[in-house]
Every structure is written in structure tokens, then in C-alpha cells.
Design a protein around this ligand. Sequence first.
Ligand code: CAO
Length: 414
Amino acid sequence: MKALDGVKVLDMTHVQSGPTCTQLLAWLGADVIKVERPGAGDATRGQLRDKPGVDSLYFTMLNHNKRAITLDTKKDRGKAIFTKLIEECDVMVENFAPGVIDRWGFPWETIQKINPRMIYASVKGFGPGPYEDCKVYENVAQCTGGAASTTGEIDRVPLVTGAQIGDSGTGLHLALGIVAALYQRNTSGKGQRITCAMQDAVLNLCRVKLRDQQRLETAGPLTEYPQYPNGKFGKAVPRAGNASGGGQPGWIVKCKGWQEDPDSYIYVIAQAAAFPELAKAIGHEDWLTDPKWSTPAARLDKLDKMFDEIEKWTMTKTKFEVMNILNAVDVPVGPILSMKEIAEEPSLRATGTVVEVDHPTRGKYLSVGMPIKMSDCPVEVRRSPLLGEHTDEILRELGFGDNEIKAAREEQAV
Ligand code: CAO
């Protein structure tokens, strides 16, 4: 028994944002039918290929547990099959450029007429406004959602982050909207239209920076930022290097071996409650009785000096030694784990957060599994489908007979 057993999803998504959303729905038990153009498919099947002629990791890692049908929705028979799919499914998800599905002749009003219970969910780059017609990729969303202007070293260029907060972040938001709409449909009996703009999703994840913008305007310099007290603040929230962004100061410091290993660093949080233990661990018990150091407010104007002293100590230990010593006394710390270390971490394999999947043409590969663990909804990660692998099976389920399938093939509609 799965949480979304019985829910059928018409998956018109491609690239990353939409597929992230429908993969989550598939992991929760929905029957997800991925629709792709005959002969071409989702562009990511062929992007960033590591092995010639097989579906890329980009595609396989975003399309687990789905079935795949090819369908040309611009052909007459394609439109008839698409209409049948709309009739039969509970949810339709898409992330095409603005207007694509309307141009096929399927605006929301038509979809609602075909199936009033349909939940129709879209990712777009922007919501209504001056940019609503723009195409958007991950980094455009990071730049327009406030992430890039607030990320990076102090007084250096804006930076994008490796976390795909625009694509996967928006897919996650959309999935929440869909499960809420399914729940609402239980009482309303009706479907609804859901849209999630990548700019909005990124901004939602940058909420604390809009908090800081207002604090900057009302209360003056942001005292927990590294620019305080000597640097300058302009009119907007500045980039703050590795400062914590919360009420507890934090920074990344070097650990033993940093000269050779680019990931030999650890994030240390000088949480007020744990400060006495941190000070003792690094040999600065004197700070606890010195009024220049003993309170969080007193330390604010010398956080750089504080982290320099912490670093002198961390540089004598590996990041895992620091982690073990400081965790034992409740100081929050996070070693900078490389992707190699994460891929090899046994505890992540044990929980299914990192899984090995077998694929008929590419062989074994690693993927990130379901990050949400539910006691009554176990998840088995199944390989992504080949292009059109389930076309005949799905057409038969929709009630199309051999002759109709043959005719659709002749028209190159499937
Ligand atoms: N049958 C017939 N035509 C199909 C089809 C099908 N099954 N599937 C796709 N197509 C056609 C569309 O009709 C469209 O052609 P037209 O514009 O001529 O009608 C074309 O394929 C491509 O669609 P697109 O414009 O969405 O794709 P693109 O590669 O040019 O742009 C992207 C990609 C991501 C920039 C754009 O889709 C977009 O802005 N999406 C919304 C935001 C988003 O999700 N961005 C995240 C991308 S990374 O996760």
C-alpha cells in the first residue's frame, strides 16, 4: 500500500523541474505516465552523456518509477490519445515554455471540460507580470529569485549554488500543491489549476534574506554579517560569504590536510548555548570569564577573530576528528563532504537515500533515492523507462485496439 495508490499522473514534463515533481509522485505510489515526442524524447536523455547511445544519468536519475509513452500531440491521432489520457488521469504536470500546451489546443478551460476532476499543475519561470512569457533555466531562477545576489564572497561577483533550488526546488513545491489538491478534491469533487513559478520557489527558499533586507532598512547594519563592524553596507542585503544566515554565528574553517584536499573543511556554529564547550575544546576557556568574549553580543564585533582562533585548533585535526570532538559536546558542526564521500557513505546507502539502480542499457549506477521517509509508504526505486517502452501497454489500457494503434503508428503519432 502506497500513499498515492490509484492516482494516475499524465506526465508532460521534461528536463529537471517537472520530472523532479513527478518522480516524487511516482515514489509515493502514483502511476506516472511520461509522455515524450516520438523519436526525440526528453532532451535530457541525450544530454551530458557518459556512455554513448544510452540514456544519460541526467535522465535516469530524474525519471525513476515511471512508465513511458511516445505521443505527438500535434498530430490528429495524437490529440485523440492525449484527450483520452486527460479523461483517464487525475493529475497532469507540465513544464513547457509558456503557451505550448495552449497552442496544441488544450488550454485549461478545455482540459476542465474533458475532465472536471483533473488537477493541472505547471512549472513556469515567472508568474504573471512582465516576464511571464520567458523561458527559464535553473540559474536564471537563482538570479531572479534573490539567491545569486545574496550568495558569494563579500564584495565579489554574485554566485549560483550547486543545489538545484530553481529546478528541483520548484518541483518539490509543485508536488506539495498537487497532493494538497488531491486532498481537497476528496471534498470538492473538482480538480484545479496549480502553477508554481521558479522565481517564487527560489524566493521562498531565500525567505531569510528578505527578512534581512527589512532589518537593514529598519535597524541599520546587520550585526551578524561579516561586514560588521568595519565593512560597508549598501542599500541591499550583501553577500555574506559563509556566514550562517541565522541568529547563531557560523563559518567554514580549515582542517588538517586542507592544502591537498579541497574538501578538508568544516562548518562550525558558535551556538550561544554550546559556546562554553566550544571555547574549552579549542583551549580558550579564558573567553568564558572575559567580558569582551563571554556574551554573544560582546563577540559580534570580532567574529572574524573568533573563527581565526577556532581554525587554529581545527587545522590540527581532520574534519571527522573535529566532528567527533565537537558533536560529543553538542556543538553543531558539519564537515564539508565531497560527492565521493557521500556516494560511499554506508549510512546513506542503508537508509536508501543513495541507491544503486540497474538499467538494461547502461548497467548499474547510483542515484539519490526518496529523501522523505514514511513508515507506511515504503519506496523501491525502479529504473527509468526507455523511450516509448510502455506505449502499446498504455494505449491498450486506454481502450485502443490493434487497428487504432497501427493507424497511430502510421501517422507517426506514437
Ligand atoms: N508532441 C508534440 N510536440 C511536442 C511534444 C509532444 N509530445 N513535446 C514537446 N513538444 C514541442 C512543443 O510543442 C514545443 O514546440 P512549439 O513551441 O513549436 O510548440 C517544443 O516541443 C519544445 O518545448 P519548449 O519550448 O518547452 O522547450 P525548449 O527546449 O525550447 O525550452 C525550457 C526548454 C525548459 C527553457 C522551457 O520548456 C521552459 O521555460 N519551461 C518552463 C520553465 C522550466 O521548467 N524550466 C526548467 C527547465 S530545467 O528543469
